[in-house]
Design a protein around this ligand. Structure first.
Ligand code: FES
Length: 386
């Protein structure tokens, strides 16, 4: 035993003695070509996460009496990043002296994005969406954030069968999800309930009918019109049961808040787990309030200080944009954390069920201006927009 140990110790010493000459030899035999400036993994990361992109509007077409489709291309001619069907981009621009931005679900499929083509569909409602519908022209340029958002299928969390319920313009993420399924990039089986007031307000009907011929199950539900081949009324539990086993699917909802409340109530007696009903986030809007007070909002961005008016019923983000201060934002719903800012003084309230801050952020006085309303004069420290 002892003898063996001695032998091994001796061999180790020999190896140790040769360590330096061996290393020199290896260095001398190595290539003298300079190291690459970019590795493939860095190139891929840049393609998937280009940050903000400059885009040009290349086509506009009407979908319904109050909804239009907008097609964009990147000005640098690169492909849009591949994304998960169901995600959104935030479109940003300057109208007059105000900065404006809105998140919109992507209509095109992830594969179409690789052809430098990204399609959004926008309902004529609100300031920026109204501008796009009525005034935007082909050739106009905007800033677009890279795709983001959690409203997409997740194999580990969701059932193989998914039931998508769209209300009005809420059809947009589901068109992308249906195309992605048809193109073989997603593995779910999708059933779509699409509610609108009448047939004229069904956007993308032709495209959906074409997808239905390839296997997508679509049920149109008209609330104000009775037509053969269409369901009439609203998406009730009774209607859902006619087509699916409610306890064996995951629901994806996109539409107005009233639709979320209605469907949630319809499903309340089934004892479904929280993860079985997924809702796309909606932007935080102005509060309905008679005679809102006006406060002074002091905004610090690096070494600049702005003093502006902020209405009691508008978010701090909306107040900054209205005054021409470019503040970072993406989801405008309290979830992405992109507008994360430091509270310095003053009182505020956060929109109901929109406080997406981490515990540490709450403790150390950070806020999300996209869902925060002033209740007194305030001072905040905001990171610069990209
Ligand atoms: S913009 Fe997403 S949390 Fe404020």
């Amino acid at each position: 035993m002892n003898f063996k140990k001695q032998i091994f110790g001796f061999m180790d010493m020999l190896r140790f003695k040769k360590l330096v000459p061996n290393r020199r030899e290896a260095l001398a035999s190595g290539s003298d070509a300079p190291l690459p400036q970019e590795y493939r993994t860095n190139e891929l990361a840049k393609k998937l996460h280009p940050g903000n992109m400059k885009v040009e509007l290349v086509d506009i077409r009407s979908l319904t009496p109050d909804m239009k489709e907008f097609t964009f291309k990147r000005i640098d001619s690169r492909a849009f990043p591949f994304f998960r069907a169901g995600q959104y981009v935030s479109l940003q621009g300057k109208i007059g002296n105000s900065y404006v931005s809105r998140p919109y679900s992507i209509v095109s499929s992830p594969r179409e994005a690789l052809e430098n083509k990204l399609v959004l569909a926008v309902e004529d409602a609100g300031f920026f969406s109204g501008y796009l519908n009525r005034e935007a022209k082909v050739g106009e340029r905007f800033i677009m954030t890279e795709p983001a958002g959690e409203f997409h299928y997740e194999t580990l969390r969701d059932q193989k069968k998914i039931v998508c319920i769209a209300g009005g313009s809420g059809i947009t993420p589901f068109l992308s999800m249906a195309k992605s399924m048809e193109e073989g990039d997603e593995s779910y089986e999708m059933i779509l309930f699409y509610g609108a007031r009448d047939e004229a307000h069904l956007a993308y009907k032709k495209e959906l009918d074409a997808l239905a011929e390839k296997g997508l199950k679509v049920i149109y539900v008209l609330s104000d019109e009775e037509r053969q081949g269409y369901e009439h009324g609203f998406v009730t539990a009774e209607l859902l049961e006619k087509y699916v086993d409610i306890s064996a699917v995951t629901f994806f909802l996109c539409g107005p808040a009233a639709m979320y409340a209605f469907v949630q109530k319809q499903l309340s007696s089934y004892g479904l787990p929280v993860k079985a009903i997924r809702k796309d986030a909606t932007c935080c809007k102005n509060l309905e309030m008679e005679n809102p007070r006006t406060f002074t909002l002091t905004v610090r961005i690096r070494d600049k200080v702005y003093t502006i008016d902020a209405l009691e019923n508008e978010t701090l983000l909306a107040a900054m944009e209205r005054s021409g201060i470019p503040a970072p934002n993406k989801c405008r719903a309290g979830g992405c954390g992109y507008c994360h800012s430091k509270w310095l003084s003053g009182e505020y309230r956060i929109a109901e069920n929109r406080d997406g801050r981490r515990e540490a952020d709450r403790k150390f006085g950070c806020i999300h201006p996209c869902v925060t309303y002033p209740m007194s004069d305030m001072e905040i420290d905001v990171p610069p927009a990209e």
